[in-house]
Ligand binder design. Structure first.
Ligand SMILES: [Fe+2]
Ligand SMILES: [Fe+2]
Length: 261
């Protein structure tokens, strides 16, 4: 049996610090077989328009934010966990790279604005994945910006992706936490395909681009238990105060050790 912790959409520097601290505390104790950050690890806010000044500001903020990302995610994760870590590139993570490819194609070859360079993945032994990662037989992990119309119902966007791909899908991107399933076949020749959305770990109040200050999003993460061809997705909802129950134990919140302010 293999257990993989899957977290998504931290959107640093807009992460929920309490939730992240508790998740790192959980990873430290649980020591999963693998950790996957399934995209939008970084937010890299888009400049409002492509004038010379906003471009300079964008470049500056990319380096500032990346430094913040190493300090507040990459290094703290490696301080508590030595095992395999994969990061799947999300649509926010790829903004600097795409910017450079568009505005300075000659420099783009240097990979200076690739996520793995900006966040020092080599130094911290983290693998970057673009696109899809086959986590188990007929199960694939991907960020979720697949060009399919998103559903407002948690789990349904992943289910649509699963039906398109022909495999069960675990994804982020929607910032929703939920599981959906569809079963096909007849008379004992049945099979079920799953769509799993692992929620987000960002602090919605920090995202000023969300003008309403609200969205149909749920904080959480997932533990995927894999036993050969059997896959058991376990969703972990994160409460308003950043606490959650995992593996029968409370992390964060009142009364737990390592309580956060
Ligand atoms: Fe996101
Ligand atoms: Fe995304």
């Amino acid at each position: 049996m293999r257990s993989v912790v899957i977290i998504s959409d931290l959107q640093l520097p807009f992460e929920d610090r309490r939730a992240l601290k508790n998740v790192l505390g959980f990873i430290k104790e649980y020591q999963p077989d693998e950790v996957i950050q399934v995209g939008d690890l970084m937010d890299y806010p888009q400049p409002s328009r492509w004038s010379k000044d906003t471009r300079a500001e964008f470049e500056g903020s990319v380096f500032r934010d990346s430094e913040y990302g190493v300090k507040n995610f990459v290094k703290p994760l490696r301080d508590v966990y030595d095992g395999p870590v994969k990061v799947i590139e999300g649509n926010h993570d790829s903004r600097p790279r795409e910017y450079l490819e568009k505005y300075a194609p000659a420099l783009a070859e240097s990979k200076a604005f690739h996520l793995e360079t900006l966040l020092k993945f080599d130094e911290y032994n983290i693998e970057i994945i673009r696109g899809f990662y086959d986590i188990a037989t007929d199960w694939v992990v991907t960020h979720g910006h697949l060009g399919l119309p998103l559903s407002q119902l948690a789990g349904r966007s992943a289910m649509r992706a699963a039906n398109k791909i022909g495999k069960s899908v675990i994804q982020g991107h929607t910032h929703r936490l939920g599981v959906s399933a569809e079963t096909y076949g007849y008379q004992g020749k049945m099979y079920t395909r799953w769509g799993v959305e692992v929620g987000n770990l960002m602090d919605i109040r920090k995202a000023t681009y969300l003008k309403s200050g609200s969205a149909n999003w749920q904080q959480g993460f997932a533990i995927i238990h894999i036993d050969g061809s059997r896959v058991y997705p376990e969703l972990i909802p994160v409460q308003k105060d950043g606490s959650f129950m995992a593996s029968g134990k409370l992390y964060g919140g009142k009364g737990s050790k390592g309580n956060n302010k």
